[in-house]
Design a protein around this ligand. Structure first.
Ligand SMILES: Cc1cc2nc3c(=O)[nH]c(=O)nc-3n(C[C@H](O)[C@H](O)[C@H](O)COP(=O)(O)OP(=O)(O)OC[C@H]3O[C@@H](n4cnc5c(N)ncnc54)[C@H](O)[C@@H]3O)c2cc1C
Length: 291
């Protein structure tokens, strides 16, 4: 099917893009990689009257560490840039594990991490990863910039808190307070599919002690789920078989899966438990080998 008629604008500056969105109001949409928006338009689940394509705006395709040690990912940084990033491979184990698991190579060439966060699909992989890492989104609108924690940014399936005239300009992952470990595991029916179950775990340790732990879940609820109690169960002590088991159980309890053609709710909950245990056991093994 063809999309409904729409006006297309491709401004060369953020100010221009924001002004266009301001005039377009609720009928305007930002286009980044187009890997979620275009299929929705072709199915006519979305029929915006104005598309504001941000791909001509220079200086948004970066991912870099700032002076405070935060990782900043610009709105036009593609999934493939993150998949191939040496910076991620050496400093961001959870992100590095997730990047090759997003969709397929064609989608990864165009799609963006920030677009994925804005799309707020409960099956979107990046939202769990950024949530587990305690990340945030920086938005720019007519009245300036504001930073929104990812936990507050996604408010429901396919819903975020951006105003119609705001653009998400970057995602920010805070600097670690210790040595970072963790990972991302995804159960998919076939390579390139959306997650039946996805689990992101991000742990920071100082010496033997876990100083921060974040666990977030993909595809097992109406939106991305922060398994906050599971993360807290790991914090302030060393990783042990007991604390890993406890965190895995709490994460499984936080999941809200539904039985469907991909599997029963109980099977998905079981996979959450298994994935949390697997990622943390590997992290624990790495720590023991490093000691
Ligand atoms: C076949 C296929 C398989 C896929 N599989 C997966 C998968 O396994 N895992 C996964 O996580 N994703 C998957 N995706 C989705 C893909 O990752 C998209 O790239 C991503 O969800 C959206 O990023 P985008 O840049 O393409 O955004 P777009 O499609 O351009 O936009 C998506 C939405 O976000 C808004 N938006 C985008 N950027 C901004 C911005 N900077 N500021 C404000 N609003 C913005 C748009 O207005 C739109 O509403 C798949 C997509 C396809 C087509």
């Amino acid at each position: 099917m063809y999309p409904s008629r729409f006006r297309y604008e491709a401004p060369h500056s953020l100010d221009e893009a924001i002004a266009l969105l301001h005039d377009g109001g609720d009928d305007a949409k930002v286009l980044a990689g187009g890997q979620s928006l275009v299929p929705l338009m072709k199915l006519r689940f979305a029929s915006p009257e104005l598309i504001v394509d941000i791909n001509n705006i220079p200086g948004l395709d970066y991912h870099r560490v700032d002076a405070e040690g935060n990782l900043r990912i610009g709105a036009l940084c593609r999934h493939v840039d993150l998949e191939r990033s040496d910076l991620l491979k050496t400093t961001q184990p959870t992100m590095a594990a997730a990047a090759p698991l997003i969709a397929d190579p064609i989608v990864r060439n165009r799609g963006t991490l920030v677009g994925s966060l804005c799309h707020a699909d409960p099956q979107g992989d990046w939202a769990s990863v950024v949530m587990a890492l305690g990340g945030s989104v920086v938005a720019r609108g007519p009245s300036g910039r504001r930073s929104i924690r990812l936990a507050d940014f996604v408010v429901g399936p396919f819903q975020n808190v951006l105003e119609p005239d705001e653009i998400a300009v970057e995602a920010v992952i805070p600097a670690p307070k210790g040595v970072r470990s963790g990972g991302y595991l995804k159960l998919e029916r076939r390579v390139g599919d959306f997650a039946t179950v996805g689990v992101a775990v991000a742990v920071e340790t100082s010496g033997e002690t876990v100083t921060r732990a974040g666990i977030a879940l993909t595809g097992v609820g109406g939106s991305t789920i922060a398994a906050t109690e599971a993360g807290q169960a790991l914090t302030g002590k060393p990783l042990t078989a007991e604390s890993i088991e406890q965190a895995a159980e709490l994460a499984a309890q936080a999941a809200r899966p539904r039985t469907d053609h991909r599997g029963s709710a109980e099977y998905k909950r079981h996979m959450v438990r298994t994935f949390v245990e697997r990622i943390l056991s590997r992290a624990n093994g790495t720590a023991e080998r490093a000691a």
